[in-house]
Design a binder for this molecule. Sequence first.
Ligand code: ADP
Length: 394
Amino acid sequence: MNASVLVINCGSSSIKYALIEADPQAPRLGGIAERLGSADARLKGNDSNGESFTKPLPSADHTQALSAILTSLEGREPTAVGHRIVHGGEHFTQAALIDAHVISAIQATAALAPLHNPANLAGIAATQKVFPNLPQVAVFDTAFHQTLPPHAYRYALPEALYTDHGIRRYGFHGTSHAYVSQRAGELSSRGAGGWLTAHLGNGCSTSAVWHNQSLDTSMGLTPLEGLVMGTRSGDVDPGLHAHLHHQLGWSLDEIDNVLNKQSGLLGLSGLTNDMREIEQAAEQGHAGAALALDVFCYRIAKSLAGLSCALPQLDGVIFTGGIGENSPQVRRRVVSLLPHFGFALDEARNAALIRGKEGKLDSAHHTGPELWVIPTDEEGRIAMETRHCLEAHA
Ligand code: ADP
C-alpha cells in the first residue's frame, strides 16, 4: 500500500506531526503545534527543503492546529492518519483501524494512562473533524510488549489486583524497541536473534527482544519503572511512598510529582535533566553531575544484565534515543560495566557514531555479541504499522 501517512502524536497542549510517504527517500514534512489553548500557541515545522518555519496560532485549539498543519503540507494530501496512542492495555496487541469500538476500548484503558490517553483521544476527535474521509489507525506504545510471558509481566501482588484492575507490567516505547531490533536483524549477519535494546532519551527504557518479539522490558504499569531518566526516578523501593507520607507528611500527588518531575538526572545533579549539560558539568568537576552520570550508566548496565535472562541467546545490544545515539561516553561506560558479556567496543567507531549515524561499534574481527547504534524512527514505524493495518483491512 502506498499510503501517504500523517503521523500524529497528540498531547494535552501539543500536536507533533510528520507526513511520511511510502517511498523512504521522499522528504518528510513535520513539526509541532505547541502551547495550544494559550495566547502564544504556534506551529513550528520544516518544509521539504529542510527549512524551518514558525507560525503564530493565537489561542488555537487542537482542531484549529490540525487545520494549520494541513495547510503547511505544501499541497501534499495525506491518504491515512496514524495516531500514537500511549496505552492500549491488554486489549491491543497490534495497530487497530479506528472505529467506535476502538475508541471505547481506548477510553476504557484511560485509567491506566490518565494524562495521555484522554489527550490522544482528543487528537483522534479533532483529526476526524479536519480529515473526515481519511482512514485513521491507532498505534500503541504498549502493543509490542504484549508478547511478554506472565512471569515477566506479573507483579507479585494479590491476584485480584491483576484480574480486576489490570495491575501488571505493560512496557512503553514499543515502536522504538520494535524498530531498532528489527533493523538490527536486517543489518547484522546474526539476523533476528536475541537483542537487548536501550532507548535512552528523556524517557529511558530497555527491552529484551527474541526474533522480533519482546520478552521483557524495564518499564511497567507506568513509564516510571526501570531506568533513571531525565526527571523520573525509575525504580525505587516501593516502601518509599509510605515512608515519605508518614515521615514527611507528603501527599500522594506530591510524591508522584517528585518521582516523575524532580528526580532522575535532574534530582541527582541538582542542575539539569539534559545529558549534554550533565556531561559538560561532570567534566568541569560538578560532583552532582558526576554522580548522576554514574548512577545513570550503572542502572542501564544492571538492567541489560537482568534482561539478558529473558533471552535464550545474546546477539547484541542496540543503543538508540537522543542519548544512545549521541553520547559515546554513556555507551562506553555502560559497556565497560558488562565485562562478562564479551563485547569489544572500538573507541574510534564509538566516537564517530553520533548525529543520526547508524552502525556497529565492534572492533574488527570481533565474533562475540555485537554493539550497535541505530537511530530510532518511531514516526516511520507508526507509518509502516498504519499501512500494514490498512492492508489487512483492504
Ligand atoms: P525524547 O525522549 O524527548 O524524544 P530525545 O530522544 O531527543 O528525547 O533525547 C533527549 C536527550 O538526549 C537529552 O538528555 C539530551 O541531552 C540528549 N542528547 C542529545 N544530544 C546529545 C549529545 N550530543 N550528547 C549527549 N546527550 C545528548
